[in-house]
Design a protein around this ligand. Structure first.
Ligand code: NI
Length: 240
């Protein structure tokens, strides 16, 4: 159930029986040699839309322009500042609340969105705001572990590439057939939530854009399994 494909009368009728809405959040940034620039937005959007159809919940247009400063040395990345992102999300939430939405679910696909989204949520104590990344669902984690283990890594992950292979297109691995440099536990801890360094340094350290992720392990089949698991888990949250 897409908000952008609804009429105002349909939204009006919906609000008389539900105040739920899902907002997918992603990014516009490099995802390595096999990953699409829109990966994070495409993954969150697909899962949100399918779950919205299952659960009968409206899904707002995806937020695809978000902070990704560390990837600005890679062509195609567009990053907006954290302050602009927080202002934008604040006004979107205020607009939805104005119309009667009181239950807002951010289905996230980009680590750097999490802290800003949490800060925005604290500004709306009267609104029920949930924030979850699609990879946090238990059933999705089982699939990630089973299929990719440590090769999931941190960026251009085989699971996100697999999702876009299932929904959009598959690119040849080329040089990415070779595994990337393995990340240390210390690196993963220090850089969780996309806390990466300045863009030039980041590109020098991860020249092809993969951050410990062996994208070439991705397959459309597993991508479809991940989508199905995430959709079922997200839809189930609305049945409680
Ligand atoms: Ni991503």
């Amino acid at each position: 159930m897409r908000l952008d494909l609804a009429t105002w009368q349909e939204v009006d009728a919906y609000l008389k029986q539900s105040d739920h809405i899902i907002i997918p959040t992603g990014s516009t940034e490099q995802h390595g040699p096999m990953g699409l620039i829109g990966t994070d937005a495409l993954c969150a959007e697909e899962i949100a839309r399918q779950a919205g159809d299952v659960a009968g919940v409206y899904v707002a247009p995806v937020l695809a322009y978000t902070p990704a400063p560390f990837n600005m040395s890679f062509p195609g990345t567009v990053s907006i500042s954290v302050s602009v992102f927080e202002s934008l999300v604040t006004e979107i939430v205020a607009g939805l609340v104005h119309h009667g939405f009181g239950n807002i679910y951010f289905l996230n696909g980009h680590g750097a969105n999490l802290e800003p989204l949490k800060r925005v949520a604290t500004g709306f104590p009267e609104v029920k705001i949930r924030i979850k990344s699609w990879w946090d669902f238990d059933a999705v984690n089982v699939l990630r572990d089973e299929n990719y283990g440590d090769w999931e890594g941190m960026h251009a992950t085989p699971s996100e590439v697999a999702i876009t292979q299932a929904t959009h297109r598959t690119l040849p691995a080329g040089d990415a057939e070779q595994p990337p440099e393995k990340l240390t536990a210390d690196y993963i801890k220090k850089h969780s939530g996309d806390r990466h360094g300045p863009p030039d340094e980041h590109r020098a350290q991860f020249p092809d854009g993969r951050v410990g992720s062996h994208s070439a392990l991705a397959s459309a089949g597993v991508g479809q399994e991940i989508i199905d698991a995430a959709v079922a888990a997200l839809a189930a949250e609305f049945q409680d």
